[in-house]
Design a protein around this ligand. Structure first.
Ligand SMILES: C[S@@+](CC[C@H](N)C(=O)[O-])C[C@H]1O[C@@H](n2cnc3c(N)ncnc32)[C@H](O)[C@@H]1O
Length: 207
């Protein structure tokens, strides 16, 4: 972690950080208002997360990331943009969703460029597996959006099959969706594009 990320973590955690808890999160109390809530899983260095939260001030965002330098970086972006509609949890998103997010609490779930785990023997580590997709779908309110993007074609196809098999979700597109204007290019995506990768967005709605 860079000294700046370390300082950001220490000084900005009280303002933006939420500790993992086994109690469901009271989002209205956390953000001090009743508003749509979107979670982002795996924010990375957080530029995209902060940019989206800045552009959509009417919505509250909860970033979930395990990587401490990424969390430090996200906190720096949040402070620079003086965001009041963003909080961050540094913990495994699977546990956060299970313990802290109430059913039908969310307007959206963003998962941008989840670790692709390209080797076949590592595919079991992928985040977007049917049981977790079901958990996410249950946390979305009817009409809520699950938006996933990847630069790994084979994972894109696997996720398309998984999401289309989930009865609580319906595809908003015919297979893959065009990148919506609200999603800026992420750091990981830019790296993939430099390597000649394609990009696939999947946008599903909770029935
Ligand atoms: C490939 S990076 C993409 C980061 C960012 N979204 C981007 O597009 O630049 C995937 C991120 O997901 C995070 N991550 C992976 N598994 C996670 C989990 N179970 N809970 C929270 N974060 C996770 C990793 O630490 C990493 O920062």
């Amino acid at each position: 972690m860079s000294p700046a990320q370390h300082r950001a973590l220490a000084s900005l955690w009280p303002r933006y950080g939420l500790d993992f808890s086994l109690q469901p999160l009271d989002t209205a109390a956390t953000f001090g208002r009743e508003a749509d809530v979107v979670i982002e899983i795996g924010c990375g260095m957080g530029e995209t997360t902060a940019t989206i939260a800045h552009a959509r001030r009417d919505t509250d965002f909860l970033g979930i990331e395990v990587h401490a330098p990424g969390v430090g970086s996200l906190l720096k972006h949040a402070a620079a943009l003086e965001l009041s509609n963003l909080r961050v949890i540094r913990h495994d998103a699977v546990e956060v969703v299970a313990a802290m997010i109430r059913p039908a609490a969310l307007a959206g779930v963003h998962i941008f460029f989840p670790d692709p785990w390209p080797k076949k023997r590592h595919h079991k580590r992928r985040l977007l597996k049917p049981p977790f997709v079901r958990e996410l779908a249950l946390r979305l309110r009817p009409g809520g959006i699950l938006h996933v993007a990847t630069d790994w074609e084979e994972y894109a196809q696997e996720m398309l099959a998984t999401l289309e098999a989930e009865a609580l979700l319906s595809n908003t597109a015919d297979r893959f969706a065009p990148r919506p204007d609200y999603r800026p290019r992420t750091k990981f995506e830019t790296r993939g594009l430099t390597l000649g990768h394609g990009v696939w967005d999947l946008i599903f709605r909770r029935r």
